[in-house]
Design a protein around this ligand. Structure first.
Ligand SMILES: Cc1cc2nc3c(=O)[nH]c(=O)nc-3n(C[C@H](O)[C@H](O)[C@H](O)COP(=O)(O)O)c2cc1C
Length: 391
């Protein structure tokens, strides 16, 4: 097996993260048997395997109540902390939902965790799509633009608190949050502060990605979808002088088998055994959540039933095939400007290790040969597989 430190020595390398299954049911809304558990013990095993085989990040999910296949859910920040305690190098991205969290609580909590973990915490600010969850816990359900305006202030506050002058502290007068000379100590270990991720497809999400986040998370998509989003977010970031600052991460569901046919059969089985009622209900919820955007381009606006069997359109990214095919496609994503691939799997018990042992070394090999820089060349190599969306 390749040594992860050696594998990951190139500073321009693509980074890898995986979705932490801290909610039950895995990462697909399907009745297909899965070797994936949501308890801490199993997750510690997944995290330890992941860091050993070369993953840099793991992303936890926040869900306050059962939803469409996620009957049980462990809380994201405490779960991230527990995984940090059981690992040495892996960085944890904890999901935080403005509304239930106040930025003062989040900034303090994460700064402390940054100390406990010696600088390995990051945060994903999610703006929410699940109305029933908000109303169930007595939180206002704001419309789409307002949810993102609140998230925008939330991220400004996090950054402001973490980087404020020690004497003056942080002062902020927004529509959602107010601070007066707030001095927080200790500040985080990471400088200037722990990385801030956020995601979505909508104009509101793109603006927040460009203006205040460090990372812009994308759902699964086709080539043109990725290309337009990356160019658009970069153009928006350039307007506020942040073009060099914003990095891009993309979600993909990974199925690697000996042959492409075998991998496609697994996909068909996942989709064929979909929990139809739950998928339809999820579809209704997410498409309603995005429908109030100006251009109706919420993250799931054009997703089909089959796409939504994976919560974040991960089949569309087509990391499904032989290890060579998957590695080539990942390198194509890099050439588009993607900096991090967020992977989800069917059988966490086996698939993290397999990905780390079989796919990651191939990606590193291609990168070391200078691949992943010329989009047109990479498109040629993948046989234009991304051109047509057929998942
Ligand atoms: C990588 C990623 C992770 C996400 N994690 C969560 C989560 O843990 N909890 C949650 O409620 N929403 C999560 N979301 C969804 C966002 O909160 C938000 O509803 C979605 O990005 C809306 O997209 P839109 O701006 O295109 O409408 C996640 C989205 C992405 C892209």
């Amino acid at each position: 097996m390749a040594d992860a430190a050696q594998l990951n020595s190139d500073p321009d390398r693509l980074l890898f993260a995986y979705w932490v299954p801290n909610v039950s049911g895995g990462l697909v809304i399907s009745k297909i048997p899965q070797r994936t558990s949501w308890d801490l013990k199993s997750n510690l095993r997944y995290a330890q395997t992941a860091e050993r085989v070369g993953f840099e990040y793991a992303l936890t999910q926040i869900r306050f109540t059962a939803s469409y296949g996620a009957a049980n859910q462990h809380e994201s920040v405490s779960f991230s902390q527990a995984l940090l305690q059981g690992t040495e190098k892996l960085r944890l991205i904890a999901a935080i939902l403005p509304g239930p969290w106040n930025p003062a609580v989040a900034a303090k909590q994460l700064a402390s965790i940054d100390h406990y973990s010696e600088g390995r915490i990051a945060v994903n600010i999610v703006s929410g799509w699940f109305k029933g969850e908000f109303t169930a816990i007595g939180e206002w359900w704001l419309d789409h633009a307002e949810r993102y305006r609140r998230s925008n202030e939330f991220m400004r506050c996090l950054r402001g608190i973490w980087t404020a002058d020690d004497e003056e502290g942080f002062t902020f007068a927004g529509d959602f949050y107010r601070f007066r000379n707030y001095r927080m100590s200790p500040k985080p270990v990471q400088k200037p502060h722990p990385p801030i991720f956020q995601g979505g497809n909508s104009d509101d999400a793109r603006n927040n990605g460009a203006e205040v986040a460090d990372w812009y998370f994308m759902n699964g998509n086709d080539l043109e979808g990725f290309r337009t989003q990356i160019l658009d977010v970069k153009a928006r970031a350039a307007k506020v002088g942040r073009e060099q600052h914003v990095k891009f991460a993309v979600n993909g569901f990974v199925i690697v088998r000996e042959t492409e046919e075998e991998a496609m059969r697994v996909l068909q089985e996942i989709q064929g055994k979909a929990d139809a009622e739950a998928v339809e209900a999820f579809k209704g919820a997410v498409q309603t959540a995005g429908a109030s955007t100006n251009n109706k381009q919420g993250m799931w606006a054009t997703s089909t039933f089959n796409d939504l069997v994976q919560y974040n359109d991960g089949f569309k990214t087509k990391l499904i095939g032989t290890k060579e095919q998957v590695a080539e496609r990942i390198v194509l994503l890099k050439s588009l400007g993607v900096n991090l691939v967020l992977a989800a799997f069917l059988h966490y018990e086996d698939d993290i290790e397999q990905f780390g042992n079989e796919v990651l070394p191939l990606v590193r090999e291609l990168e070391s040969k200078g691949r992943g820089k010329d989009v047109e060349y990479e498109i040629e190599q993948t046989g234009r597989v991304y051109q047509k969306h057929s998942a």
